[in-house]
Design a binder for this molecule. Structure first.
Ligand code: NAD
Length: 283
């Protein structure tokens, strides 16, 4: 069994990105990412802190806009509009979740698709489904990067994606289908989850339920990617019973240290891509 080491790969990617930033600097560009954080959600604050630190490591400038929980939807939309029109900012992400009184879909649609490094704008989602060049969401993009690094072919493979959210499962499906995998996508209404996971060569799970995937639900030699993040007794765990599933798997991601660091590395990569696109357009 081989561990898919997201920490190691993300460190390698960050080193490569440092060089790309230097090249952009020589051309007069400092890749800049704006992050909007609304409210006091502790997990969101942690994620934003991690993103800011990662930006600093590679030389990306990050601007964090911390807004009060009570901000109105209109005020938030105005800030997005301002950032959209600021040519010194190449990338923008809105940290989710947003407070209940704000329409998340409306807010995500207000982000300029050219700065949408999370890849959540319907325009970028549509391009992704069509297999066009776009900003793909960072978590599924990070999973594909892990496959590439470890030589795991998805062409012709049976893949089961568990979890069908707009930010994880659905874009994961699109990336895999674009690379000619046969993809089953399961969710809360799936009747017999094990019947899907058991026949898969690769199982990718992003649900948010500890021990959802057990050893009796996968076949021998399976590749397992665990996107889930759960806190159990103060410890971070994924959605997979790692101890037992790893005994049957050929490759498996740990939690933490698997997909998490890859998500951040892909955010940096997308930000540099946005800065490069800007440079191309303004040449
Ligand atoms: P979400 O709540 O938006 O979606 C959860 C999905 O799981 C839904 O499609 C739902 O139908 C499905 N689901 C729920 N219960 C199920 C069950 N019993 N069987 C099968 N499917 C079930 O969540 P999300 O934002 O997509 O996040 C999912 C998980 O991934 C969370 O634990 C989150 O913290 C984690 N996550 C990790 C990263 C990372 O970088 N590692 C990034 C994003 C999300």
């Amino acid at each position: 069994m081989t561990i898919l080491d997201g920490r190691k790969l993300s460190a390698k990617i960050k080193n490569e990105l440092k060089d790309e930033v230097k090249i952009l600097n020589q051309k007069g560009i400092t890749p800049t990412l704006a992050v909007i954080l609304v409210g006091e959600d502790e997990a969101s604050k942690t994620y934003v802190g991690m993103k800011k630190k990662a930006c600093e490591e590679v030389g990306i400038k990050s601007l964090v806009y911390k807004l009060d929980e009570s901000i109105s939807e209109n005020e938030l939309l105005e800030l997005i509009d301002k950032i959209n029109n600021d040519s010194s900012i190449h990338a923008l992400l809105i940290q989710l979740p947003l407070p209940k009184h704000i329409d998340t879909s409306k807010v995500l649609q207000a982000v300029n698709p050219k700065k949408d490094v999370d890849g959540f704008h319907p325009c970028n989602m549509g391009k992704l489904v069509e297999g066009l060049d776009t900003f793909a969401p960072c978590t599924p993009l990070g999973v594909m990067e892990l496959f590439r690094e470890y030589g795991i072919e998805v062409y012709g493979k049976d893949v089961c994606v568990v979890g069908a959210s707009n930010i994880v499962g659905k874009p994961m499906w699109a990336l895999l289908v674009n690379e000619m995998a046969t993809v089953d996508i399961c969710h809360i209404a799936t009747r017999d989850l094990a019947s899907h996971t058991k026949r898969a060569d690769i199982v990718i799970v992003g649900v948010g339920k500890p021990n959802l995937i057990r050893a009796d639900m996968v076949k021998d030699g399976v590749v397992v990617v665990d996107i889930g993040i759960n806190k159990v007794d103060g410890k971070i765990v994924g959605d997979v019973d790692f101890e037992n599933v790893s005994k049957k798997a050929s490759y498996i991601t740990p939690v933490p240290g698997g997909v998490g660091p890859m998500t951040i590395a892909m955010l940096l990569k997308n930000t540099i891509k946005a800065a490069k696109n800007f440079l191309e357009e303004t040449k």
